[in-house]
Design a protein around this ligand. Sequence first.
Ligand SMILES: CC(C)(COP(=O)(O)OP(=O)(O)OC[C@H]1O[C@@H](n2cnc3c(N)ncnc32)[C@H](O)[C@@H]1OP(=O)(O)O)[C@@H](O)C(=O)NCCC(=O)NCCS
Length: 145
Amino acid sequence: MLIKRADIKDLSVLIKIEESCFTPLERFSRDIYLEYILSPYSEVFLECEENKVIGSLVLLKFEDCLYIASIAVLPEFRMKGYGKKLIQFCEEGSKKLGLSRVELHVKISNKIAILFYEKMGYKRVCVEENYYINEDAYRYVKFLR
Ligand SMILES: CC(C)(COP(=O)(O)OP(=O)(O)OC[C@H]1O[C@@H](n2cnc3c(N)ncnc32)[C@H](O)[C@@H]1OP(=O)(O)O)[C@@H](O)C(=O)NCCC(=O)NCCS
């Protein structure tokens, strides 16, 4: 298994992952991915196994925090530990950078992702009303030190 930085030539595969993993209203567009790839404040990664793409991860760095803007594993590879590997990658990266925590938002209806984050040790901080279009979000955090 390999987690590698995505670049502009990976835009099509990133869009395919979006289409397989998120509803039209939830998906990041090509332009948003382009911005995330080019910005010095964000990083986009692809998770691969023997040249097959398995999933993606978008991270934003704030002062003392790494923020998970997106995490996705293609449906046919779920429940095999690939999501956990992406989370571990993100936490190891945060520790190397000396950051105190990882944060994320999740739709309150996304029961699977909530189970996943709680299994990974994330704690619910609060509800943020209308964080998404027509839906509230839970904010989760994991302190690393
Ligand atoms: C959330 C997501 C990334 C999880 O990826 P995954 O590869 O299936 O997760 P893993 O196999 O690594 O599972 C890690 C843990 O979460 C738990 N988990 C994952 N999916 C679960 C499910 N459907 N039901 C119950 N528990 C689940 C596993 O039991 C596992 O626990 P364990 O380590 O004790 O066995 C994946 O379901 C996904 O891409 N969903 C669609 C996109 C999405 O909603 N992203 C989050 C947006 S906020």
